[in-house]
Design a protein. Structure first.
Lengths: 162, 292, 781
């Protein structure tokens, strides 16, 4: 069949984009290769590893399980939009640095997007709750311990500064 | 892995979606949350020629019903929305137990109850919950509408009674009975994985606190969710204690025919089905409390 | 060197880029005119190739080319043998290496048959379905013992059998050990390791500049220098015409050092033919077949002990699954063979292995690299022997530990670096003591466990000791250069896949040159930046490259002092190097910045003293005489549900000695990650092949990597027994976390369920709730 193309308008990290995408193009590929926002990583394309997690209208979703065409009219945040500006880091990013919560860094963007959204909904989590929220993101390098420590620390920082 | 080519159409209304499905038949699939369909398409195990996106059909999304009445859930209601409806969770505690076991929050933010039930994975939680609660499932097509019981709905492995031109539109749950308690439990290798076995149990007591009715449904141990309520017949008219519950567990262990998988032998699945029945019935009974 | 950074938990220089999504990983590379590759892989594990018809694929719109083995012509050749046969007397060794695209025969499911080049990966995958392949199926060899029976159809036709290798190594006299023994205990053990499954799969991008005659290859390799050398040779180019860049790599763990993968060999050739850059990114499904595995061994092992539990000797005969090809030689089984000896005095050892070809993907080292298998055998034998002899399992280990005055300790047999196995230094008893204290061993066994048992809970404890050979040669190098702006740039030939080289190496330089650690820029993995090196593997990066970085920094420091002494007309002894400057001791206002010295070292005009090298830079190499031996102890308290056999790790302790520690934060991270992979290996990850060599769980939904709910909080401690083999005194640590976890699980679960008293033993890994149910013959209901 001839390829089925669609015009889409999306907002990513506050910037409006227009694109023309084939129906089957995955959102992850659209973000990475059409919009050149390569910070969102692809680990499996079956929705299990969580590396591709982005925020859709504020809520974490697997970008490998959405079609770019479905993004039309929606707002996204990707890892490139997490830090407040070029000089500063989001508290969760800063805590990950302080706690050595990343090694190869490949799963990290997905974890950051997942955990910042989690902390918005649960600003005062226990360690068990953090681990449960993290359990949908696979990391092969860190053994999770320092990520958990970072998230708990970031939660504290965010509570005390607000 | 990238999906095979297809034509994408965003349905603008339920009628639009249904007429498209009538037109394209088996060549078309409805795209709701996509959390089961898109991975299958990425693996090229599913290759629909046409995808009908029904995500914008608000007419079949949302929960209605007040405490004590039947509850109606639109098929395109996302798990995430169900998790945040406190009245719904209070009225349907099986859902409160089961929802956190479904994959992970990022999946639940997109996936829908209708997509889940239509996919009919026997290891999935909600088909067993629907069966235990004796849900009615409404399906619609351009030809009209009909309602199926949960047992009528799930007919085989990944197969429902939904016909080629039909869509599941609504799930109707009966109101809970007084002096009832329920519990859903499962065992999976990791949190969020498909269940190796899962049990949805509802116990209703009479005024002497003997068992008046039991509903028992299992996931993960057959080609479809399994209604094991008949195996709990020995509990009727009896008090619920460790011994009577153990008899039910033993009876269920005899009746289920799990097929085993890379994760567990059939014998193990059969064994934990029995263990879970015991634990779920016990907890369901404890939850009845002394209110009624 | 006044230590400020070395040994400190310095936060990583590389983090900001990674945290903000700015780091370059291979799939981020976008080049004008780039085309995309997809490989057609055999769905059958063993077959003769009758015919491959690509004509329909060529007709598909968006397809630019399709190649099979026939198209490669003279370019098609089997890959080099990376690790030659070790000098073991009587060795049988049949090298059979992988090919770029299968020709005549496929030998494992997933072996590439053809490659499609198209305008997008989507179209390339469509075109794979257009290719018609006629295969004549052959009987499939999956089982190791069956593979050796003469009736089996060999994986390699020209060999009479499926024997890839047969090696026997002997130390002392085992037979006389048996004659003196109070107990000889014999068991069969099955140990299976799994796949590395890093979150980033592999990838290759090849770009050929036809006019400049330069080939650039981005590759997720752990060994860019050797990939450059090999590809230059294969492509008929000079080494300086090929640049291999390993960008940020999302986890390596071993299989990314294997070379040459078919994709590494074919993509550059295609780039030259089509004159367009070509990209191949392995998808997750492919990873299960296209990237190497570590798999299983079957050990028939016996241990001879005296009545006090002292080991008189060990004999072991084992089979090792090497997969369809064996490019990595005997590294994995040699590691198993050597690491079995552990931290113990084993006077007599008779170990024989047969490496077996099977119709399964290639086996090459994955974190632990065969050590797990050896450690499992010896730790289980000791545990079982302790039970028989009624000796406490900790006490039996203590009695056999190599004493601290026995180093360097000679174990005689040949190790993976082809040297006789020798432990450089070690002090094992304090490590065990610390671990026992940290896990609360006495209190647990004496009070906690009986109390929990009375409550009906099944909680057990397991302790395992191990050594880890690390820091082997051949060598690494580093170039350290002070820039005129005062910052320091360092280049080395290893690659980085998350180990923190950008920080740990900078710490070494920072102390030597008195520069802020954040002002030091490290380049790894770019063959244009550093020409020589072996790669990141075998827990050697910090040891070998770290020592080269240290040597180069010291040389630069000496140059700086010399230049400054000349400038100040004073003695070098009167100078101090700190804060980016060289100044006269006691007169801080008399200083020259390092950047200024760098400038002076490269005059634009004038004359220099003959023999002067320009610049404030130095390139130094370090090659250890042999590998350094690290050691450790893991201990865990595990609760098992006696009805469902689900488990919960209540406490996990690691005490480790890797000599001098460069960055304790990074070290802990390595241990955490290793243990997590060890937990996956022990209880979650199992490659399930059917009899036809088909992998039944080829997805992350069914190949179970542990999550944050499966890996507990770990408590770590360490001791420091420096290595005499290198100036920094370091030993490697990358694999330590992964090595003894299987043994710990087996012991703790047996203890929790009281299995020894029921005469049930757990002599296999991986375990699972279902497998425990089977082995125990049912559970409580």
């Amino acid at each position: 069949m001839p390829p089925d193309h669609h015009e889409i308008s999306v907002t990513v990290n506050g910037t409006a984009y227009r694109g023309r995408v084939e129906a089957r193009m995955l959102l992850s590929d659209f973000l990475r290769h059409d919009l050149r926002l390569a910070g969102t990583h692809v680990g499996c394309e079956h929705g299990v590893c969580g590396a591709c997690t982005v925020l859709l209208d504020g809520v974490p979703v697997r970008s490998c399980l959405m079609l770019a065409v479905q993004a039309d009219g929606h707002e996204f945040m990707t890892i490139e939009g997490l830090a407040p500006d070029a000089e500063r880091l989001h508290p969760v990013q800063q805590a990950m640095h302080n706690h050595h919560g990343l090694q190869c860094g490949y799963c990290t963007p997905g974890i950051l997007m997942t955990m910042t959204a989690f902390l918005k909904e649960n600003p005062s989590p226990s360690e068990d709750e953090v681990r449960e929220a993290l359990s949908g993101n696979l990391c092969r390098c860190t053994g999770y311990q320092n990520i958990v420590g970072a998230v708990l620390d970031a939660a504290l920082t965010m509570r005390t500064s607000s | 892995m990238k999906p095979a080519p297809f034509r994408y159409i965003a349905a603008s209304s339920l009628d639009h979606a249904l007429s498209l499905k009538a037109e394209h038949g088996d060549d078309a699939r409805f795209l709701a949350g996509g959390q089961s369909l898109i991975p299958a398409m990425n693996f090229r195990l599913a290759r629909p020629a046409v995808l009908i996106d029904i995500n914008s059909l608000t007419e079949i999304a949302g929960v209605t019903g007040s405490p004590g009445s039947e509850i109606r859930i639109g098929a395109v209601t996302r798990y995430r929305a169900l998790e945040r409806e406190d009245d719904f969770l209070k009225g349907c505690p099986l859902f409160a137990d089961a929802l956190p076991h479904i994959a992970h929050p990022a999946i639940r933010n997109r996936g829908t109850i209708g997509g889940n039930l239509s996919h009919a994975d026997p290891a999935s939680e909600l088909p067993a919950v629907a069966l235990a609660m004796q849900a009615r499932l409404r399906v619609r097509s351009v030809r009209g509408e009909r309602a199926l019981t949960a047992s009528e709905f799930f007919v085989g492995l990944l197969t429902t009674a939904v016909e080629t031109d039909e869509m599941l539109t609504e799930i109707i749950l009966p109101p809970p009975q007084p002096r009832s308690g329920s519990c859903f439990m499962e065992i999976a290798r990791r949190r969020g994985d498909f269940a190796l076995a899962g049990v949805a149990a509802v116990i209703t007591l009479d005024q002497e606190r003997r068992c008046a009715a039991v509903r028992l449904a299992l996931c993960g141990v057959g080609d479809t969710p399994v209604d094991a309520s008949a195996a709990a017949a020995c509990l009727l008219g009896q008090p619920c204690n460790d011994q009577t519950i153990a008899e039910v567990a033993a009876a269920v262990r005899e009746t289920v025919t799990p097929s085993g998988s890379v994760h567990a032998s059939a014998a193990y699945q059969r064994h934990i089905a029995g263990v879970l029945v015991g634990r779920a019935l016990k907890t369901a009974h404890e939850r009845i409390g002394h209110a009624a | 060197m006044t230590t400020r950074y070395f040994g400190a938990p310095v936060r990583r220089n590389e983090d900001k880029r990674l945290l903000t999504g700015q780091a370059l990983f291979i799939d981020d590379i976008e080049l004008p005119g780039m085309l995309y590759a997809a490989f057609l892989r055999s769905q059958v594990a063993h077959a003769r190739i009758r015919h491959i018809d690509v004509s329909r694929a060529l007709q598909r719109e968006g397809v630019v080319a399709v190649y099979t083995a026939a198209d490669l012509g003279a370019y098609w050749q089997a890959g080099p043998l990376l690790v030659p046969a070790p000098p073991i007397p009587g060795l049988v060794f049949n090298a059979r290496t992988q090919v770029p695209l299968a020709k005549d025969k496929v030998r494992h499911a997933g072996e590439p048959l053809a490659v499609v080049i198209a305008e997008s990966r989507y179209i390339a995958e469509d075109a794979l379905e257009d290719i018609l392949v006629e295969l004549e199926a052959l009987s499939v060899i999956v089982d190791l013992e069956a593979a050796l029976k003469t009736a089996a159809a060999p994986v390699h036709d020209d060999l009479g059998s499926n024997v890839a290798s047969h090696a026997r190594q002997i130390k002392g006299d085992y037979r006389s050990a048996v004659a003196k023994a109070a107990l000889v205990l014999k068991r069969r053990f099955h140990y299976e390791h799994g796949i590395s499954s890093p979150i980033e799969t592999r990838g290759v991008v090849a770009q050929w500049d036809a006019r400049g005659r330069q080939m650039t290859i981005w590759d997720t390799t752990q060994a860019p220098v050797f990939v450059r050398n090999g590809l230059a040779a294969i492509l008929g180019l000079g080494e300086r015409q090929v640049r291999v860049i390993a960008p940020f790599v999302g986890g390596g763990f071993g299989p990314k050092i294997m070379m040459f993968y078919p994709e590494e060999v074919t993509l550059p050739w295609i780039a030259m033919r089509l004159n367009r850059p070509i990209k191949w990114i392995e998808d997750r499904f492919e990873h299960f077949f296209a990237t190497t595995h570590e798999r299983g061994q079957i050990h028939d092992a016996e241990i001879a002990l005296d009545d006090e539990g002292r080991i008189l000797g060990v004999k072991d005969v084992f089979l090792h699954d090497t997969g369809a090809y064996n490019p990595y030689g005997l590294t994995v089984p040699l590691n198993s063979q050597c690491t079995l000896l552990g931290p113990y005095v084993i006077p007599a050892y008779d170990s024989t292995f047969t490496a077996v070809f099977t119709n399964l993907p290639i086996v090459t080292p994955y974190r632990g690299a065969g050590r797990q298998h050896g450690v499992f055998v010896i730790e289980r034998l000791l545990d079982l022997a302790a039970h028989e002899l009624k000796i406490d399992p900790i006490e039996i280990r203590r009695r056999n530990l190599i004493p601290p005055d026995a180093f360097p300790y000679k174990n005689e047999i040949i190790y993976q670096d082809f040297q006789p196995l020798e432990y450089d230094s070690g002090n094992y008893a304090p490590v065990l003591d610390k671990a026992l204290a940290a896990i609360g061993y006495d209190a647990f066994v004496g009070h906690e466990q009986p109390r929990l048992r009375a409550e009906g809970r099944c909680v057990g404890i397991g302790v395992a000791c191990y050594v880890e050979g690390t820091g082997i040669g051949p060598y690494e190098g580093a170039k350290v250069q002070v820039q005129t702006n005062g910052k320091v740039s360092v280049a080395t030939g290893v690659g980085t896949q998350g180990q923190g080289h950008f920080t740990s190496f900078a710490q070494i330089v920072a102390d030597e040159l008195g520069v802020d650690v954040r002002d030091i820029d490290i380049v790894t993995g770019d063959t244009d930046q550093f020409y020589w090196g072996a790669g990141t593997f075998a827990s050697r990066g910090a040891v070998v490259a770290g020592n080269a970085v240290s040597a180069a920094s010291q040389a630069v420091r000496r140059k700086a002092l010399k230049l400054a002494a000349e400038a100040f007309e004073c003695s070098e002894a009167d100078l101090v190097v700190a804060d980016g400057k060289v100044s006269i001791t006691g007169i801080p206002e008399k200083f020259i910045r390092l950047g200024e010295l760098a400038q002076r070292a490269n005059p634009m005009r004038g004359a220099v003293i003959p023999g002067t090298e320009p610049g404030l830079e130095s390139t130094q190499y370090f090659g250890p005489a042999k590998g350094a031996t690290a050691n450790g102890v893991h201990a865990a308290i595990i609760e098992v549900d006696p009805e469902t056999f689900e488990l919960k790790i209540l406490k996990y302790v690691v005490v480790h000695d890797c000599g001098t520690v460069i960055n304790p934060l990074i070290l802990e991270g390595q241990i955490h990650g290793g243990v997590a992979q060890g937990i996956g290996n022990a209880f979650f990850e199992k490659l399930t092949f059917d009899e036809q060599g088909q992998l039944q769980n080829a997805s992350l939904a069914d190949y179970l990597l542990p999550t944050a709910l499966d890996v507990p909080r770990m408590e770590l401690d360490h001791t420091v027994t420096p290595s005499p083999l290198n100036p920094l005194g370091t030993k490697g640590a990358g694999e330590a976390g992964a090595i003894p976890v299987g043994a710990v699980f087996a012991e703790a679960i047996e203890d929790a369920l009281g299995l020894k008293d029921k005469k049930i033993e757990l002599n296999e890994i991986p375990l699972s709730p279902s497998r425990l149910f089977e082995l125990i013959g049912g559970g409580r209901t």
